[in-house]
Design a protein around this ligand. Structure first.
Ligand code: URA
Length: 278
């Protein structure tokens, strides 16, 4: 018990340090978070500040056949608990396999994990190598940093829900193309509909663009609250979800400046305030 408390306090202190909360002018990320970067998600092009995700692919894939929202919903609507509904949605996703038109050579589907009734949902862009190997989102170096952020907010991985726009690792760890994100988005929207979080944090531009259906830069979008575009809000049918875009932890690891850490921490503090007002 005492050990647990000590561990928790140490983790809080480390997170504060990592995120620059105590204003330490650290120039480079801790070596434990940067070693072995080859072939990892952190080596993806630094697109967080770009206007739009890259559409460059090895070859132009044919778009997957459209699956109607009604058909996706029919797969889970009879189920009672959010956990069972998510499982049914996952099975539907695996059956439809929208990724098969884009991703080859991946090992596992990384559908998402955490509390099916979470108040807070984090959405990243796509699984990297370690996520692909384990079938779990955000378990690599970016994931370790995300977990520290979550703990710094007084939460745990188990109390939030974490997933990605893409559920299968893209070829060459590439940034998701617009077509790829669009093919997978209906399943993400249904995940949101089932979980009904109070707040969604989108990590990086591809997730932010997919959820907000906008093309703005991260600089212009982060640091303030958003809601779904009316059409998407109507489709998801869960009112009042607040959306906070922030920098992807992989971007933070690449551009490990005090300024960036302060910005992310400020975004997360706004989220914390919204979840536990007063
Ligand atoms: N980056 C992401 O966007 N998602 C993951 O699951 C891991 C790294």
């Amino acid at each position: 018990m005492e050990n647990d408390a000590r561990h928790l306090i140490a983790q809080h202190a480390e997170t504060a340090r990592l995120l620059g909360v105590n204003f330490l002018p650290l120039g480079t990320p801790p070596s434990s978070l940067v070693e072995n970067t080859a072939q990892s998600v952190e080596t993806r092009p630094a697109v967080q500040e770009a206007a739009a995700p890259s559409t460059e692919r090895l070859s132009k894939p044919a778009p997957p056949p459209a699956v109607s929202i009604a058909e996706i919903r029919a797969s889970y609507e009879g189920k009672e608990s959010s956990g069972d509904r998510l499982e049914a949605l996952r099975a539907k996703y695996e059956f439809d396999a929208p990724h098969k038109h884009f991703a080859q050579g991946f090992t596992n589907i990384v559908f998402g994990e955490g509390d099916p009734d979470a108040e807070l949902m984090f959405i990243g862009e796509a699984p990297g190598q370690q996520e692909d190997e384990t079938g779990r989102p955000f378990v690599g170096r970016a994931g370790q940093l995300l977990e520290k952020m979550i703990v710094a907010m007084g939460l745990s991985r188990q109390r939030v829900y974490i997933c990605n726009v893409l559920k299968a690792r893209p070829p060459n760890n590439a940034t998701p193309s617009v077509e790829e994100s669009q093919a997978c988005a209906p399943y993400l929207y249904e995940q949101i509909r089932i979980i009904k979080p109070k707040v969604i944090v989108t990590l990086g531009l591809p997730a932010t663009h997919t959820v907000l259906q906008t093309q703005g830069t991260m600089r212009s979008l982060r640091g303030r609250w958003h809601e779904f575009a009316p059409e998407l809000g109507e489709q998801i049918g869960v009112g009042g979800i607040a959306i906070m875009p922030t920098y992807h932890p992989a971007y933070l690891l690449r551009s490990y400046t005090e300024e960036n850490r302060r910005k992310v921490w400020a975004d997360l503090q706004m989220v914390q305030g919204r979840l536990s007002p007063g």
